[in-house]
Design a protein around this ligand. Structure first.
Ligand code: LLP
Length: 420
């Protein structure tokens, strides 16, 4: 599971020195550990203790083809949110009947493509979308399996931008309308109603939140059946929080306390599974972050150490265009030097090269005093890292490499300026 650690004061991934990887492939660089990815997939699958289910990996967390292929190889399915993700999932070996399609804004061509490829189901977000799927299925001579996404109106905590199940969020159908919408859906000739779906948010770190969601879903299945509406599938979504703070430690680094969280993906599955099993439905989940976050790190190089009126800025060669999470959600990523040695600590802002004050990786962070030319790792950057990167300021997207034992393989070339 935990493939990154210090060996003789040098940060390694699967035993490979990351400093050598940074020197060979340049920075900014996304590095992934194959073993960590496989372990996280297996950890989640084992938590089901043999109970039939499907884990749909949320491809939006990281859609690198090589990583998708590894996940497909573990027997997981995929949840996609666009035609591009569906294409990548199919190309990477996910069988169509192990693919679901979520999202509030599915375009007509996207729906037609998914129908034509025979995916398992659409997670539907509105009445209008249902009608459109029915019409497109009629036109293409197919029948669409659907789950209705329910807005449970549960406060999942965390950053407002990643909360998805509050009444004011754009997602899902209000609880009170679910029965009538499903009844209407069953009457549509080209729709096959499979069940209900909920995804309450992301980076949720309190187990109770999921227990409440599971209770609400199970109660809803019961009510729907009592009203004569069959329910075959329950998809519980993703959102399982992961540890970001204090992921690696070393006696010469400032102590970083892990965040207070009372769940791991597997403990959570074990807690909610008995409830979901009561429904005797086909059970599914859609984790993204908890599969890929810990497998990846972003390596950057220190360019300048700048002091201004008592404040220290550490300017590095990666920015919000490479990893936007700190700027967008004030997310925390542990930042550590690839080589530790005895030196003083100081409080710094770790900032990128872009022309925005919002371009930072950390504010007021205790760090060892870093010199120009040193490499740093932003830990737990495997999820929502590369996929959210951009060409802002006409900067090229980073390269991605995969550590597999002692081998390091380029799994995406660095963009070139000619490609801009
Ligand atoms: N299912 C659906 C329908 C989703 O929208 C998402 C994520 C997932 C599953 C997977 O959630 P996860 O297990 O990864 O939490 N960019 C933000 C996170 C956005 C999540 C969007 N939806 C971040 O960097 O924190």
């Amino acid at each position: 599971m935990h493939e990154y650690s210090y060996t003789n004061n040098v940060l390694t991934g699967e035993g490979v020195e990351l400093r050598a990887v940074a020197q060979e492939f340049g920075t900014p660089l996304y590095v992934y550990s194959k073993q960590s990815l496989l372990d996280h997939c297996r950890h989640i699958e084992r938590a089901f203790e043999g109970h039939p289910h499907v884990t749909y990996y949320a491809a939006k967390a990281n859609a690198n083809r090589r990583l998708l292929r590894l996940i497909a190889g573990e027997g997981l399915g995929a949840d996609v949110g666009s035609r591009g993700e569906l294409y990548l999932a199919l190309e990477s070996g996910f069988p169509p009947d192990r693919i679901t399609y979520s999202g509030v804004g599915k375009r007509d061509d996207e729906i037609a493509y998914a129908l034509q490829r025979g995916i398992h189901a659409f997670n539907v977000e509105s009445v209008e979308e249902l009608d459109i799927i029915d019409q497109i299925a009629a036109r293409t001579g197919t029948r669409a399996r659907i789950l209705l996404r329910v807005n449970l109106d549960i406060d999942a905590g965390g950053h407002a931008y990643v909360s998805t199940s509050l009444r004011q969020n754009k997602f899902g159908i209000a609880r009170q309308q679910v029965a009538s919408v499903l009844r209407g859906a069953s009457a549509l000739p080209h729709i096959e109603v499979r069940g209900i779906h909920s995804h309450i948010g992301s980076q949720i770190i309190r187990g109770e939140t999921f227990l409440r969601a599971a209770e609400a879903l199970v109660a809803m299945v019961r009510e729907l059946r009592a009203a004569g509406i069959p329910v075959h599938d329950v998809d519980f979504g993703g959102g399982f929080g992961v540890q970001y703070r204090g992921y690696v430690s070393h006696p010469l680094l400032p102590v970083e306390e892990p965040e207070e969280m009372n769940l791991s993906a597997s403990s959570l599955i074990k807690a909610v599974l008995p409830m979901l099993r009561e429904t005797e439905c086909r059970i599914a989940i859609q984790p993204g972050r908890s599969i890929i976050a810990h497998a990846g790190v972003l390596l950057v190089k220190a360019l300048y150490r700048k002091e201004m009126e008592g404040k220290v800025f550490l300017v590095v060669d990666g920015g919000m265009n490479d990893l936007i999470r700190p700027s967008l959600y004030h997310s925390y990523h542990q930042i550590v030097p690839l080589v530790v040695e005895e030196r003083s600590h100081e409080t710094v802002d770790v900032v990128g090269p872009l022309c925005e004050s919002g371009d930072f990786f950390a504010l007021d962070r205790a760090m060892p005093r870093v010199q120009r030319g040193e490499y740093l790792a932003l830990m737990c950057a495997g999820a929502y890292g590369y996929v959210l990167s951009s060409n802002y300021n006409a900067r090229v997207r980073a390269a991605e490499v995969l550590i597999d034992g002692s081998r390091v393989e380029v799994i995406r070339n660095r963009e070139t300026i000619e490609q801009l």
